[in-house]
Design a protein around this ligand. Structure first.
Ligand SMILES: C[S@@+](CC[C@H](N)C(=O)[O-])C[C@H]1O[C@@H](n2cnc3c(N)ncnc32)[C@H](O)[C@@H]1O
Length: 250
């Protein structure tokens, strides 16, 4: 599996959140914490700590784990008491039965061994603790103009991602209970003609999809978009992405 170099992405990563992006995921996470009275939570693949920050106002013990030191360095700590851990999600350096909630957002597809990650969650979660993973599924949804204009990006995503139903199966195979897949959030927008160049996701080092391309392939895709706009300045560039939530209880 192609490994994304997050040192190239880290300094511009937070731009994606300028559009109040994925606010429902924050709501769902907080709801899980409230409903279950969870006190100790861990985000694996926490990156720059966007989700970690959303727990600042609650009286919780929060840990963020990421293998990219450059992403962790972008964590804007402020008054946060969260502890950041530089480690691999497939080998979580915490004691058995010690965490209430392990979650990840847009990260599980990067973990090299998803089954090992899920075993680690089983080991480190307390009884009745929960794992929840949020992410997209290119096997179900592929209405994203980036897939149409940049060669092999869709095919690469099929290699990098595991269908959400398979993740649920992995949870079942590790005896997680009450496993479920639901829709967490939908992102839809249409940019017309040259407006597409305002899309932060079109920048080379903004998403793992484009960061993983060679400069040459990236330029080819950009050229395709420019040619299309010349041909039809009213071309619609559509993004219709569904974020799923997969859960299971120990
Ligand atoms: C798309 S970012 C998501 C960051 C954050 N969860 C968010 O939603 O803003 C994916 C993150 O997963 C991290 N990551 C990838 N593989 C990892 C691994 N094996 N262990 C821990 N973190 C990993 C990357 O360094 C990156 O920060």
């Amino acid at each position: 599996m192609q490994k994304t170099d997050y040192s190239k992405i880290a300094c511009t990563y937070n731009n994606r959140y300028k559009e109040n992006y994925l606010s429902n995921i924050e709501k769902l996470l907080k709801q899980l914490v409230f409903d279950n009275g969870y006190k100790i939570i861990l985000e694996t693949g926490c990156g720059t700590g966007k989700w970690i920050k959303s727990f600042d106002d609650l009286n919780l013990k929060v840990f963020g784990l990421d293998y990219s030191l450059d992403m962790l360095k972008m964590f804007d700590r402020g008054d946060s008491k969260a502890q950041m851990i530089n480690a691999d999600a497939c080998s979580i350096p915490v004691k058995d039965n010690s965490i209430d909630l392990i979650f990840c957002v847009n990260a599980i597809h990067h973990f090299p061994d998803k089954k090992k990650f899920i075993s680690e969650c089983k080991r480190t979660l307390k009884q009745n603790g929960m794992i929840t993973a949020f992410g997209v599924d290119p096997y179900c949804d592929k209405e994203w103009y980036v897939y149409d204009y940049f060669e092999n990006v869709y095919q690469n995503d099929l290699k990098r991602f595991v269908p959400v139903d398979s993740i649920k199966e992995f949870l079942n195979s590790k005896d997680f209970r009450e496993t479920d897949v639901s829709i967490a959030e939908k992102v839809f927008n249409e940019r017309i003609g040259g407006e597409v160049f305002n899309d932060p996701f079109l920048k080379k080092n903004h998403s793992s999809q484009l960061a993983n391309l060679s400069n040459e392939d990236y330029e080819k895709g950009m050229q395709k978009i420019k040619t299309q706009i010349k041909k039809d300045p009213k071309t619609i560039f559509k993004t219709s992405v569904v974020f799923y939530m997969i859960t299971g209880k120990k």
